[in-house]
Design a protein around this ligand. Structure first.
Ligand SMILES: [Fe+2]
Length: 199
């Protein structure tokens, strides 16, 4: 967990150009997603915290679990989007040998893992995220969360998440969430996933 990340939050730049993830995600989608949706959550979170001084030194991950629904939603919106943009890369590299072994120990094969991500994300009702995370037994699992919720950080280490909100794909794929998820498999950032696992 990152305990250095607290109020006032500053927007993290998109780690690549708006056009960089074409043809899987268009520059229009990434522009609205990063510069409007993500920044709106961040600005709203700062506003809420400005009015709650006693919460200002609470780290972002902890804020995503707070009982205040407004704070929780906006903190989740910041955390989830920062992880999502960093779960993708225009410079796709295969998982390392070590990661490949973990994937096949967990799912049987890389293709099974991809199918699990795509099928779970396609079946999820409404907004939310799918996650690839390590469980307490050191095995990878695919999890889902609704809205801007986050996974249980006490039990799971998040390796990556994928945004399932319609704003992630509607401009490009309309209602075809499965096409979006199929495309995403070509731009997953395995290097950063492995960094998170080792941290
Ligand atoms: Fe989003």
């Amino acid at each position: 967990m990152n305990f250095e990340n607290y109020y006032p939050f500053t927007p993290a730049p998109l780690p690549y150009d708006f056009e960089a993830l074409k043809p899987y995600i268009s520059e229009y989608t990434l522009y609205f997603h990063h510069d409007k949706h993500y920044k709106d959550y961040l600005n709203k979170l700062n506003e809420l915290l400005a009015a709650s001084p006693f919460m200002q030194n609470v780290p972002l991950e902890v804020l995503t679990k707070t009982e205040n629904a407004d704070l929780r939603k906006n903190a989740g919106g910041v955390y989830n989007h920062e992880l999502y943009f960093n779960s993708l890369t225009p410079n796709y590299k295969e998982p390392s040998a070590k990661m490949k072994k973990l994937i096949s120990d967990s799912f049987g094969s890389e293709q099974n893992m991809r199918n699990k991500l795509i099928d779970t994300g396609t079946a999820h009702t409404g907004s939310g995220y799918i996650w690839l995370a390590e469980n307490p037994n050191g095995i990878l699992e695919v999890l889902t969360t609704p809205n801007q919720d986050t996974i249980d950080f006490d039990k799971f280490t998040p390796l990556m998440n994928i945004d399932l909100w319609e704003h992630s794909y509607y401009l490009d794929k309309q209602n075809r969430r499965k096409d979006y998820l199929n495309g995403i498999m070509n731009i997953l950032n395995w290097e950063k996933a492995e960094d998170r696992l080792e941290r």
